[in-house]
Design a protein around this ligand. Structure first.
Ligand SMILES: Cc1ncc(COP(=O)(O)O)c(C=O)c1O
Length: 390
């Protein structure tokens, strides 16, 4: 039989960009409107309120036109001055970005290095802060997408809360809308996220909230900046407009997404991520794939090691081009060695089943001796527990 499968659907199961719901795509397709109009301002006002609810803060959540890294850069150059000292909790590729951004801004960096796959021990943060009282900011990730670890934001925040001259800056790019984050209650001074993650939108927007303590540092900041001057942004966004041309279509899409998230209920959103993560981890273990983050895994994405002898790059390419399933491989030291299977954003149980099933078929194609369907079965067993009764 010489026939081959010739038609494939595409399944985007990477930890960003993520799938965009059809209803949101349609919403964004309405004819362009001007951003300096009452029509747009009324949408912007709704969006501002919705973002505060999702971020669990009474402070404004500013919307920036640029991917998550823009908001990370904005956080650094609006709060930290040349010559200040910052502590970076460095346990992966995205944490390294904090170090790069701080160094660019002339900030002295102390790095608390964490082994890839491990979460930070908050007591190590406390020790460094006690020994070095002039640290102005602690910068960390919520979910470190490169290592699939979730760091204990709440416990780190607890240590920083009482220190008047230190702020906690959290890159929540793949943790906001996935793991519950009580921004105000816990004392997260700056929280950042991005549109192409749990916000189920195309890439292009980033979000940043600042506490009063953080705004106090912005007031004393003397770094040069133009496009990402947060004070200028706040002044405009308080009036339901933006300092520069707004990302009109994305913001219209965001309005729809926020309504969807709030209608689902934030606790249900967190549970959805938790159940898909649980099923994915259980499936990987059943297949015999060792988890990358064993003790503190992220509910946004699951990492697992490939069996010895399988080229991860070729494997990920095979799934994408021959099965239509896009998942992520490893970065830097994990390049070619791991798979990162997303369960982030607009992702349901059958997205997880698709990911697991394609991995199993791929492993067989690549010659691995694995029990076909063991992963799918393990995932199904988890899902059956959570599907509502008839
Ligand atoms: C945890 C984390 N931080 C930062 C970034 C960078 O965000 P962006 O690519 O939107 O600039 C990403 C992107 O995947 C991420 O997952």
């Amino acid at each position: 039989m010489g026939e081959k499968i010739s038609m494939l659907k595409k399944y985007l199961l990477t930890p960003g960009p993520t799938q965009v719901p059809e209803t949101v795509l349609l919403e964004m397709a309405i004819p362009m409107m001007h951003h300096r109009t009452s029509e747009f301002e009324s949408i912007f006002s709704e969006v501002r309120q919705g973002l505060k609810t999702v971020f669990k803060t009474d402070n404004d959540v500013l919307i920036l036109l640029g991917s998550g890294t823009l908001a990370m850069e904005a956080a650094v150059i609006n709060t930290l001055n040349d010559g200040d000292t910052a502590l970076v909790i460095n346990g992966g590729k995205f944490a390294e970005r904090w170090t790069q951004l701080c160094s660019m801004a002339g900030v002295n960096v102390i790095e608390l290095k964490i082994e890839w796959g491990e979460a930070v021990d908050p007591q190590d943060v406390k020790k460094i802060l006690d020994e070095t009282p002039n640290i102005k900011a602690v910068l960390m990730q919520g979910s470190e997408t490169s290592t699939t670890v979730y760091h204990p934001i709440k416990e780190v925040a607890e240590i920083i809360k009482g220190r008047d001259n230190t702020i906690l800056v959290v890159d929540g790019i793949t943790s906001v809308g996935v793991h519950d984050t009580e921004t105000d209650k816990w004392g997260v001074d700056i929280l950042i996220s991005g549109s192409q993650k749990a916000f189920m939108l195309p890439p292009g927007l980033s979000f940043i909230s600042l506490s009063k303590k953080a705004w106090g540092m912005v007031d004393k900041n003397s770094q040069k900046k133009f496009y990402i001057d947060l004070k200028k942004e706040r002044k405009n966004q308080e009036k339901n407009t933006t300092a520069w041309t707004a990302g009109v279509s994305l913001i219209i899409g965001l309005n729809k997404v926020l309504k969807m998230l709030l209608e689902e209920g934030l606790d249900n959103v967190f549970n959805r991520h938790k159940i898909n993560a649980l099923a994915t981890r259980s499936a990987c273990t059943a297949i015999g794939l060792k988890l990358l983050a064993e003790k503190s895994p992220s509910d946004a994405v699951t990492g697992c090691y490939l069996p010895d002898g399988i080229d991860g790059k070729a494997f990920v390419k095979f799934l994408r081009t021959k099965c239509g399933v896009a998942i992520a491989g490893g970065q830097d030291q994990l390049d070619g060695k791991v798979l990162r299977i997303s369960h982030l954003g607009y992702h349901d149980l059958f997205d997880t089943i698709t990911a697991i099933s394609s991995i199993e078929m791929g492993l067989v194609k690549f010659g691995a001796d694995i029990p076909l369907s063991a992963g799918v079965k393990a995932a199904q067993e988890i899902f059956i527990k959570y599907i509502p009764e008839k």
